[in-house]
Ligand binder design. Sequence first.
Ligand SMILES: Cc1cc2nc3c(=O)[nH]c(=O)nc-3n(C[C@H](O)[C@H](O)[C@H](O)COP(=O)(O)O)c2cc1C
Length: 387
Amino acid sequence: MIFCKIGIYSVDISICRAAKSIYLCNDNNAIKHNMLVNFRTILSALTLTALLSCTELPAPELPESPQEDPSEKPGDNNGGSEEPGSEEPGSETPSGKTLVLFYSYTGNCKTLAAELAGYAEADVQEIEPAEEGLEYDANNYAIGSRLIAAIREKPNEASSYPAIKPVSRNAADYETIVIVTPLWWSNMAAIMQSYLFNEGSKMKGKKVGLIVSSASSGISSVVADAKRLVPDVQWMGEALWINNSNRSRSDELIKEWWNELNKKEETMTSEIKITVSGKSLPVKIEDNVATKALVAALREAPITYEAHDYGGFEKVGGIGRTLPSNDSQITTGPGDVVLYNSDQIVLFYGSNSWSYTRIGKIQYGTLEELKSFLQAGNGNISVSLSL
Ligand SMILES: Cc1cc2nc3c(=O)[nH]c(=O)nc-3n(C[C@H](O)[C@H](O)[C@H](O)COP(=O)(O)O)c2cc1C
């Protein structure tokens, strides 16, 4: 049972790292050799690899009580910003508008990041753990497992995230950021989670893409981690999933994915649709951070929310998410659609002066038609926004 399916990828994901110096890196079978390998390490790597390949690890069980590892200092999370003697963090000047961020333990994501950087003409930033030499996959992936368990247990606490080295590039300097990360126990690898926990807010309003590499497990929880750690950004299409069955074509897949994302970008829509009680009207939209994020969200799915009358001049309701905003004091008029408090959309059938971010204007006929469409003064309505 244990040794079923030991094949190319088993060798890839486990031997090449656990033995640390042998790189039988999957499909191209490139061999970096160093024969000073501990036999016991290889044996345990093979066994663990076999477990991975046999079970596909869709929802791995983490140890109930992760063992303490004295070499780890959970509270010692420097967030990539205070390593003495290192280059000033985030000080390197950007050479382009795209940054590829990657973490890689066994080298797969490093390869993917390099492939993407070539097409995207991007700068590359590696994220590295502060503590060197840890074998995340040794002893049935004990360290990796414990790190993920700690984050799962308390995702909002800085002390749950392993410390990382300072980075020389600042995500805030770039328009577009692509995160390239391994999957660990169905989640995003802990080291990349640390970086995003500390620096994710610098990406607010930016275009962000995601590439996930796993042996075989599906990536939905990694996508959820990314959305939790990097809020208020414009996610660029679907995440790209590279695994051991398509890894040999990663170069081609990355190129297609990148081209597709950029094609969509070029055709940034100037209009969305608003539907109330089965009737739809177009909304001409502004070009700003809020509408970019809104359109990106609508590319994934329509947004439906409940709106109520307020003040005799508007229908307002929370849309169940936040959008990036650039509020300013404005006076609205009938048909105006604005973002209020980053998480509510207001549809005006009258006028008000307040601090809002403009979304656009409903293209309506007469004021009476607009009021009837929005059921002005008649209580709650279900509003659907779509492309
Ligand atoms: C701690 C740890 C946990 C892992 N858990 C899984 C898993 O649950 N499912 C899976 O398919 N692969 C798992 N893997 C394999 C990696 O996701 C995969 O080999 C990935 O390509 C590694 O990327 P890298 O070479 O850039 O580190 C795990 C690897 C490690 C080190």
